[in-house]
Design a protein around this ligand. Structure first.
Ligand SMILES: Cc1cc2nc3c(=O)[nH]c(=O)nc-3n(C[C@H](O)[C@H](O)[C@H](O)COP(=O)(O)OP(=O)(O)OC[C@H]3O[C@@H](n4cnc5c(N)ncnc54)[C@H](O)[C@@H]3O)c2cc1C
Ligand code: FES
Length: 278
């Protein structure tokens, strides 16, 4: 986005609204409009968002580079910085540097089936991959999007994902653990129950991408391993505590791995060989 990855770029909030309680969508663009088309990133990367005098933190990019000019985020109000971000209105300015992290190995995924499995806030980074794959539909074989939330009112991007169900070139499966509305028309049950709808998957020609709460990984990985998807084709995006986001401060190091640079996307193979990664 900038020649100097340290340099925070001023960005204007174009749109912001609540996705669910305490999780807000932010769509931003560079204040200097000519910079808009220089924003370049891969699905799975993250940006450092800052407010002067308050602080800075990493946030996954939720938009797709196939839709240039704007960046989108889904931010949960949890602490000092996010409380202040939630007070901002459209047209106000935030600062962003990046992109950072490895992102998904997108070119390697061309020509493969995609199984994208999201739980809760995991839909934020995986939406970037999903939109990218749909915008470049010819580059991928079958695409499955499996998304689970605890309740209907905790499902991010619900209207957008319901619209995707109309597409014939995507299998979009949505589930909630519990329906307390009485009006939920999609599946009920944990996200792993959606695996029974996957049909005729050639595991060698399939990549899976997973992001969700820590408890979800073991059960989803079991399902993917049962489908015989190779371990290096099971990708997961993992959040670790980070400070600089760019391999300088050592805050995110596990063994010899800088999770901000070598991650946040890891393969199941990496996870098996590195203690404490999950
Ligand atoms: C690669 C990456 C991508 C991320 N993407 C998103 C995203 O898309 N949306 C989003 O809402 N958040 C995301 N986060 C998490 C976000 O960076 C933190 O929640 C951030 O600390 C919020 O700042 P704050 O000042 O509001 O909260 P703080 O005041 O820093 O912290 C609030 C509370 O959260 C705890 N906490 C902070 N960071 C983490 C962490 N990484 N893991 C577990 N607990 C933590 C603190 O201990 C404290 O209890 C991401 C983190 C990483 C590393
Ligand atoms: S966050 Fe500083 S080295 Fe990774």
């Amino acid at each position: 986005m900038s020649e100097n990855l340290y340099e925070p770029i001023p960005m204007r909030i174009v749109r912001r609204y609540d996705l669910v309680e305490n999780v807000r969508f932010f769509q931003v663009r560079p204040v200097e409009i000519e910079r808009a088309l220089t924003i370049n990133y891969k699905p799975g990367q993250f940006m450092m968002i800052s407010l002067f005098g308050v602080g800075e933190a990493p946030f996954s990019i939720s938009s797709s580079p196939s839709r240039p000019g704007l960046l989108e985020f889904g931010i949960r109000k949890i602490g000092v910085l996010t409380e202040e971000l939630f007070k901002l209105k459209e047209n106000e300015i935030i600062h962003i540097r990046g992109p950072y992290g490895n992102g998904f190995p997108i070119e390697k995924m061309y020509g493969y089936n995609l199984i994208i499995v999201a739980g809760g806030l995991g839909a934020v980074p995986l939406r970037s991959l999903l939109l990218y794959a749909l915008d470049n539909r010819d580059l991928f074989k079958k695409i499955y999007f499996l998304y689970g939330a605890r309740r209907p009112n905790e499902m991010l991007f619900l209207r957008e994902f319901l619209e995707l169900k109309e597409r014939e070139d995507l299998e979009c499966l949505l589930t909630v653990d519990k329906d307390d509305t009485g009006s939920w028309t999609e599946k009920i049950g944990v996200v792993t129950e959606l695996f029974k709808y996957l049909k005729d998957i050639d595991p060698q020609k399939t990549y899976a991408a997973v992001c969700g709460p820590p408890v979800m990984y073991r059960f989803v990985i079991d399902k993917l391993v049962n489908l015989q998807i190779p371990k290096h084709q099971i990708l997961m995006t993992l959040e670790r505590r980070m400070r600089c986001g760019m391999g300088k401060c050592g805050h995110c190091v596990i063994g010899s791995i800088y999770t901000c640079v070598d991650g946040p996307v890891f393969t199941y193979w990496d996870v098996l060989h590195m203690k404490d990664l999950i």
